[in-house]
Design a protein around this ligand. Sequence first.
Ligand SMILES: NC(=O)C1=CN([C@@H]2O[C@H](COP(=O)(O)OP(=O)(O)OC[C@H]3O[C@@H](n4cnc5c(N)ncnc54)[C@H](O)[C@@H]3O)[C@@H](O)[C@H]2O)[C@@H](O)CC1
Ligand SMILES: Nc1ncnc2c1ncn2[C@@H]1O[C@H](COP(=O)(O)OP(=O)(O)O)[C@@H](O)[C@H]1O
Ligand SMILES: [K+]
Length: 501
Amino acid sequence: MADGVQILTSAQIRATESAAMGSGGTTGAQLMERAGAAVAGQIRLRWPQPRRVLVLCGPGNNGGDGIVIARRLHEAGWPVEVLALPEGPAPDAALMRRRCPVPVRPLGEAAWPAAPAPLIVDALFGTGLARGLGPDLAALLARAGETAAEVVAVDGPSGLCLDSGRVLGSVPVLPATLTVTFDSLRPGHLLDAGAALCGRVLVADIGISSFRPQPAQLVRIEDASLLAPRLSKAGGGHKYAHGHLVVIASGAGQGGAARLAARAGLRVGAGLVTLGPSRDAMAEHAAPPDALMRRALDSAEDLATLLSDDRIAALCLGPGCGVSRAGALLRVALEWRRPLVLDADALTALSQRPELRSLVHPGCVLTPHGGEFARLWPDIAARLAAPAERGPAFSRLDAARAAAVDLGCSVLLKGPDTVIAAPDGAAAIHAAQDLGWLATAGAGDVLAGLISGLMARGLEPFKAASAGVLLHAAAARRAGPGLIADDLPEALPAVLAGLGA
Ligand SMILES: NC(=O)C1=CN([C@@H]2O[C@H](COP(=O)(O)OP(=O)(O)OC[C@H]3O[C@@H](n4cnc5c(N)ncnc54)[C@H](O)[C@@H]3O)[C@@H](O)[C@H]2O)[C@@H](O)CC1
Ligand SMILES: Nc1ncnc2c1ncn2[C@@H]1O[C@H](COP(=O)(O)OP(=O)(O)O)[C@@H](O)[C@H]1O
Ligand SMILES: [K+]
């Protein structure tokens, strides 16, 4: 799991670095010194006793950082060996090589140490990675992986595209125990294969944060403290002031997923929640919570009549609804033009009715998992499924952004790495690779209920989606291993209390 909330792409961090140097307040060599010093410091914090370390350096500035690390550890009395690829045209890295008190030997089979080093520093490639690792290098790294107990990656494991979290080419990447990156996270630390390959990720301040591009468009959503003021009910207000949410439920015999969503909507503070099954399914949807209201909805006309009540603030369509029922209600839901979450069966229904796509509007949040996403956007999904050969590779973030622009709404692409994109370019990533217990039936229905409940309370679509994902994960952490989807809404009161909401 990574620390920090700011995410910059490789291009953005390069621009930040250039702006910092352009200001005249710092030089590239100083930044490299700070970066290398930060990594060496983290190594010494994590492993307080000196141990043999093998530093592998690439041709550019990532390699330059590696040389600084080698020097710093050597000066602290660590036994250090440095193997490096031939220098590229990176003047700061060349300067560091000249200053290095440890012999820098050419990286290759001949120089490989006979006795394996327990700690390897991977400073081969960082944000400059343009293609997959060559086979010779990959073979050496594979051998290193078999023998090294620990690997520290500088900026990221070499071969991992830091913009997408995808491995470039077809050779495996050496997984890191610890990754130290600079100034901010990159998307690739959180997305796709990146989260597992990076190990623990630490962000070192190298004094350039005031030169980041403004406004920063990519923020990781892990700062729950920001939520409390938005979720608090301090100041009172009638129940209608907190929003009336309608959750469409299934026809007879199609299950209770919508009840999970409705329960989550209530727990997250919507003032009222009405569950809308078909008339013949009313009895099976009569189970608690008794706080839920019920209204039979058999047809599009029934839904239109219900939505003509101005006090209804948001609608959730899809969980446990059935594809044909969702399809029958979809046009009315979209033509209502108010806050709307489309999930599950409503997404499949939309993919079958291309004529309705133009009705999707900025007040909508679509919450597909990968399969639903591919049904709605097969071309975008195909780009994501294609092999990643060159960096920056097409990412889940790119995919969600393209989808959000295509339909002009917020899109939340679910997975262990959930990505949220708004049509104006705002985006967020929520990494929950440690929450495998969320891969359980109904967890997505709860998420749809949380987001629509927050929208009923007046949060804008993108913010409701971001806050919903955060609360969902926090509820899962609180429920712990063994959780089932029913536990998630029940964990919310403690989560909200913990946030001070
Ligand atoms: N951006 C910043 O703020 C800072 C960046 N620093 C370091 O600089 C790094 C970026 O440095 P560079 O831009 O020099 O890039 P890298 O050092 O990541 O890569 C160097 C060069 O290797 C070549 N290359 C790329 N993929 C290859 C492959 N698969 N096989 C063989 N050669 C390949 C390319 O020509 C590339 O420019 C960062 O990752 C970071 O470690 C730090 O020194 C300090 C501050
Ligand atoms: N391995 C995982 N680790 C963490 N979160 C996951 C994992 N797999 C799925 N999730 C999350 O769990 C939820 C599952 O939603 P979804 O796929 O719609 O399932 P369902 O339709 O059964 O409710 C999503 O919020 C998703 O982001
Ligand atoms: K690296």
